[in-house]
Design a protein around this ligand. Structure first.
Ligand code: T6T
Length: 358
């Protein structure tokens, strides 16, 4: 596969990075998965590091490299786990990693951090942009200053300016969520989405995948889409209202940790467990608890540690004169957690960290 194409990353290259489980699907949206690619070829992320580095001496010594990682927000277990994966890879390569970000998932919170970081002139920037458009101009300033930028998790609408981008198969995760609810509800009834905010590449794609899949079932429809601004409290009150407003509601999709927590907790509080099925994203203690209780029926689990490790490795390759080894787009596979498999070590090994001291 060329470095311009999308590759699927399922390799466990750093200690903190999770390997894809047996239940993970290699299927992605037609737009992102190369037609006819085999499972083996999808697992390759460019030439092996050893082969690449034997061919050319590094342009910059590892000890002089500083890679800055800016998450969507610093307190989210998804990004905390990404930090751990990135730190493990940085240690392996002998480069410095910095970690700084906003405290809420919003450009308002992220922009001051990004702008201040430019003055520090890191060697490379890894960033999860909190908006597909608002972060473009600040990111361009790094590129103009000769700092390569790789997006991790979320990305921009205009990806042409990026050195690389790494994300999960978000569209497929949305499809998986819809398919699970549909099956449990015998392919009839109304469903709803509790999403974060419009303009976030990951959660927009999850919602699109969910809606596309529900449209395949003639007796099902999407009754409502709510935006919770990353607040579990708001997600819970929205879910409570939707349960009252739509008596035919059979399922709800919480598109990230906070929507998952709020939707799950509201369904349990309304006594609707097993009546309104919950599909959700991200495995941290509260969502895993709801999964084990059977309140959340399916949890799409990502591999943030692997995304962080890949990001550091790609930045290192670019900075040491091995840009050709870096794929422009990497799609990381999801793992599917269910109430039945939630305690199985082959699934629980993907659960996110709640803290990382770095
Ligand atoms: O779901 C993840 C991440 O992929 C998304 O872009 C934002 O929300 C999370 O960080 C979970 O809270």
């Amino acid at each position: 596969m060329t470095n311009e194409g999308v590759v699927m990353s399922n390799m466990h290259r750093s200690k903190g990075a999770a390997r894809v489980g047996r239940k993970a699907r290699m299927v992605g949206s037609a737009a992102v998965v190369a037609a006819g690619a085999t499972a083996a070829s999808l697992a390759l992320v460019g030439p092996s590091s050893a082969a690449v580095h034997a061919a050319k001496a590094p342009k910059v010594a590892a000890k002089n490299i500083t890679i800055a990682l800016v998450p969507g927000l610093t307190t989210d277990p998804f990004y905390i786990t990404m930090h751990a994966g990135a730190a493990a890879e940085a240690k392996k390569l002998g480069v410095k990693l910095t970690w700084q970000g906003g405290t809420t998932f919003s450009p308002t919170s992220q922009l001051p951090v990004v702008n201040a970081l430019l003055a520090e002139h890191p060697s490379a920037l890894l960033i999860a942009p909190t908006d597909v458009v608002a972060l473009k101009a600040p990111i361009e300033k790094f590129i103009k200053a000769g700092i390569p930028v790789i997006t991790v998790d979320t990305t921009l609408t205009d990806t042409s300016i990026l050195a690389a981008r790494i994300t999960s198969n978000n569209f497929q995760g949305g499809e998986q969520a819809a398919e699970t609810i549909a099956k449990l509800a015998h392919y009839k009834g109304q469903v709803a989405v509790d999403n974060v905010n419009p303009g976030i590449s990951t959660t927009d794609a999850r919602q699109a995948g969910f809606i596309a899949q529900i449209k395949k079932y003639p007796k099902m429809s999407v009754a409502a889409i709510e935006y919770n601004n990353d607040s579990p409290t708001l997600a819970a009150s929205q879910t409570k209202d939707m349960v009252l407003k739509f008596p035919k509601l059979v399922g709800i999709f919480g598109t990230n940790i906070y929507g998952a927590q709020g939707a799950g907790e509201a369904i349990a509080a309304a006594g609707k467990k097993g009546k309104v099925f919950v599909a959700a994203y991200d495995a941290e203690p509260a969502t895993v608890k709801l999964l084990k209780q059977g309140v959340i029926n399916v949890l799409v689990i990502q591999q943030p540690a692997l995304e962080g490790a890949d990001g550091v490795k790609y930045a290192y390759d670019i900075l040491t004169g091995h840009k050709s080894a870096v794929p422009k787009a990497t799609l990381v596979q999801n793992v599917v957690g269910t109430t039945a498999n939630a305690s199985n070590p082959s699934i629980s090994k993907y659960y996110y960290l709640s803290s990382f001291s770095g």
